[in-house]
Design a protein around this ligand. Sequence first.
Ligand code: COA
Ligand code: ZN
Length: 307
Amino acid sequence: MRDVVKINEVGPRDGLQSQGRTLSLEQRLHMIEVLLQAGIRAVEMGSFVSPRAVPQMAGTGELFARLPMRNEVDYSALVPNLKGYQLACEAGVGSVAVVLSATETMNQRNINMSLAQATEIGAELMQRARADGLNARAYVAVAFECPFEGVTPPAVVHELTQRMLDAGADTVIIADTIGAANPAGVQRVLQPLAPWCQADRISCHFHDTRGMALANVLAALQCGVREFDSSIGGLGGCPFSPGATGNLATEDLVLMLDAMGYRTGIDPLALVAAVHQVQQLTGGQLGGHSFRWLERQWHKQQEARNV
Ligand code: COA
Ligand code: ZN
């Protein structure tokens, strides 16, 4: 059997949170429907954060109530604190992701907590999620470089990862929030994790700011990682990290994995229509490195079908 790689689409959260245009709930719902039509089956659908801090994510509970295919799709939501966790539980979300940054300044800027507080609360929420029967996920953000503090020591990332796993996290997501990682750095962070935690409890989240996201995926695959975040058309950024541009584009990730023989359950050509439709919703130019090529293949396929 071919090796399976899980793709978690974060466009509806990481992608939309940094857009100048705030989408309505109908538009956010439509975006998720478009992604499902393209075969995506794991979606970070929003976040339960302060609407003053991130107005683009207001109404995530209401959005969750309207989502289709809830038994077949692995929907998750980001929660920064206990209040967010409670709101997610009230909405009935089955999978929550806490966001812990590896540096002091990033935690302060992102969630107004010290590193120590963020770690405490992250661990407490992982414990609660486990006890409440939820899927428990933890981001370790700025895991390679912080826009405020520079290069992140791998030992800090290892310590935070272990802390979250010990507290009950099902998955820890090692996140290159500003897209500053390179494949050698990815291996430096991931290789030492292998002896004490199974690679199947690790996921990676790469931004493509410097065009190295796919190379970083390859480095992570070589360390045994089989789960990745990506965002349709490369939509994204982070409102609290200067210089962070789009995420790794889902179509680039799917195309590379498919070509390498991994099974993602997603047809790369089916993503073309999704990119077009999300582009209409967000109003900005979208598309990863492979998008023009994929678009040409898609047109050929359409023509062949119409003959
Ligand atoms: N969801 C909705 N509202 C929340 C909330 C949550 N998770 N947490 C706090 N609030 C509300 C409080 O009820 C309070 O409202 P009030 O002023 O009407 O009484 C207000 O926000 C301030 O609460 P406080 O606990 O003092 O929060 P804060 O001002 O220290 O902000 C966060 C902390 C975490 C809420 C805020 O920084 C945040 O939402 N950050 C999100 C960051 C993010 O999404 N980053 C991108 C993802 S990596
Ligand atoms: Zn991100």
